[in-house]
Design a protein around this ligand. Structure first.
Ligand SMILES: Cc1cc2nc3c(=O)[nH]c(=O)nc-3n(C[C@H](O)[C@H](O)[C@H](O)COP(=O)(O)O)c2cc1C
Ligand code: SF4
Length: 435
């Protein structure tokens, strides 16, 4: 039985009926905007009830239940409210929101407009990764077409609501994907995280109640409204309905974005099935896989039979995260790989808090000492790691995880922490004495 499905990505291939992704007429012919019309004649409570039944978990990485988030915002009386779509997609190894914006922009807009209707919001914003310049233009063109068709602007879909969507460009900072930093950046401020509480549902964009959801989360909303929450749930895992876009990269034969039903595919199938990853390229064997982005955990060969669902992966100490699956073969040194991960976090740390700003630098120093061959430090001296360094490494991981201000620092050592469990001997291979 095929492990690939096309719930969300139906119409994403040029060969399919919905050929021009920017054409409202073609989108309507393929059933587009039916969910929006249904939402316009439903109560907010009815729509949110379906999202809750669907058990849609946020696809941006944190896996927060969308229904609960929407319900919370609905109960806040203060107005105006804002809708924000997180299209920052800064997580390395993640390129699925890009596919949605390129191939299914109208589905995404429909989801953001439905949210606007539910909350009688003042406006919607899509915060797009700075490097996605072409996609920003594409979204603007799609918005123009949707406005011309009467689904944006004044009295949208005859609902009495005036609502429009604006596109905001990021400027290349990974931390701006964190939802509060994203709102600061949207307001034109420095893109650094805010202290929480207050939650963004209460004090969000322009200090007003705000909904922030990921691109893939919003794109699933029309589907849920059309098919109903129960059917959507059944298509996935009992704890988290629907499908997930996974991004396969690295040493697997087939690299790209694939849609799989949640809870019905194992990691082994995702990596080895001919219509998914297709196995390891060349003659080499799999050594490890990195799930959910750089902030996710690393898994080893003995975890391959874990089912790809939020629940099963969590039980195995792994996570869905952004949907990234970076596959690495036996030629890769785990220490060298982790050095790359840590260099990424040093580069992307916003510098606001000490555990993250300094912790990542200290991790890299120790990783350099653990690497074979050792690299000289800043004074040109080649140092080898000691068992004390390993203890320091463990303490740094704990401190960064517990004391960093935002999710970036809290998860920066997740890969290292998990790799330590699987590849202890590789960590200890280059360690001498106790000093
Ligand atoms: C450092 C950092 C970077 C993040 N980057 C993104 C991102 O690029 N895209 C995204 O949707 N969520 C990202 N998130 C998660 C968001 O903070 C937030 O949880 C998400 O946008 C909520 O949408 P969802 O509930 O639909 O997943 C990031 C979080 C952190 C801590
Ligand atoms: S953990 Fe601290 S330094 Fe790191 S990105 Fe967040 S706020 Fe900035």
């Amino acid at each position: 039985m095929s492990k690939l499905i096309k719930m969300l990505t139906e119409g994403a291939s040029c060969a399919e009926a919905h050929a021009d992704p920017l054409s409202v007429t073609e989108y309507e012919k393929a059933g587009g905007f039916a969910a929006l019309k249904k939402a316009a004649s439903s109560t907010p409570e009815e729509i949110i009830a379906e999202v809750k039944k669907a058990k849609l978990l946020g696809r941006g990485g944190a896996a927060y239940p969308a229904g609960s988030k929407w319900e919370h915002l609905l109960h806040i009386e203060e107005t105006p409210k804002y809708i924000v779509c997180n299209a920052d997609e800064g997580e390395p190894g993640t390129f699925k929101d890009r596919l949605i914006m390129e191939k299914l922009p109208l589905k995404l807009l429909e989801g953001i407009i439905i949210a606007g209707l539910v909350f009688r919001a003042k406006a919607g914003y899509i915060y797009v990764r700075g490097e996605y310049r072409k996609l920003q233009k594409r979204l603007l063109a799609a918005i123009e077409n949707v406005r011309a068709a009467g689904y944006l602007g004044k009295n949208i879909a005859g609902s009495g609501l005036d609502y429009d969507i604006h596109v905001i460009s990021g400027a290349g900072a990974y931390v701006c994907g964190e939802n509060s930093a994203l709102l600061n950046s949207t307001e034109g401020k420095v893109g650094r995280p805010r202290i929480k509480p207050p939650h963004l549902a209460e004090v969000g964009l322009f200090l007003q109640p705000t909904l922030v959801n990921n691109v893939e989360s919003f794109a699933n909303i029309p589907l849920i409204v059309n098919m109903g929450g129960d059917a959507y749930l059944q298509a996935g895992h009992p704890d988290s309905g629907g499908s997930k876009l996974i991004c396969l990269s690295g040493h697997c034969r087939n690299r790209g974005v694939f849609e799989i039903p949640l809870g019905k595919v194992t990691l082994r199938e995702a990596i080895y099935d001919a219509e998914l990853g297709g196995g390891i390229s060349g003659d080499r064997k799999l050594k490890f896989f990195h799930l959910g982005g750089q902030s996710g955990a690393i898994g080893s060969v003995d975890q391959l039979d874990t089912v790809y669902s939020y629940t099963d992966l969590r039980k195995a100490g792994l996570s869905v995260g952004s949907g990234a699956i970076v596959v690495m073969d036996e030629s890769v040194s785990i220490i060298e790989y982790l050095k790359g991960v840590t260099e990424f976090f040093i580069h992307e740390s916003c510098g606001k808090c000490v555990p993250c700003r300094e912790g990542n630098r200290q991790l890299l120093k120790i990783l350099n000492k653990l690497a074979v061959p050792n690299l000289p430090d800043h004074s040109g001296v080649v140092r080898q790691a000691t068992t004390d360094d390993l203890e320091t490494l463990r303490r740094l991981i704990r401190t960064m995880t517990d004391a960093s201000f935002c999710g970036l620092g809290q998860t920066a050592a997740a890969a290292l922490n998990s790799a330590w469990k699987h590849f202890k001997t590789e960590f200890e291979a280059n360690v001498r004495g106790t000093k």
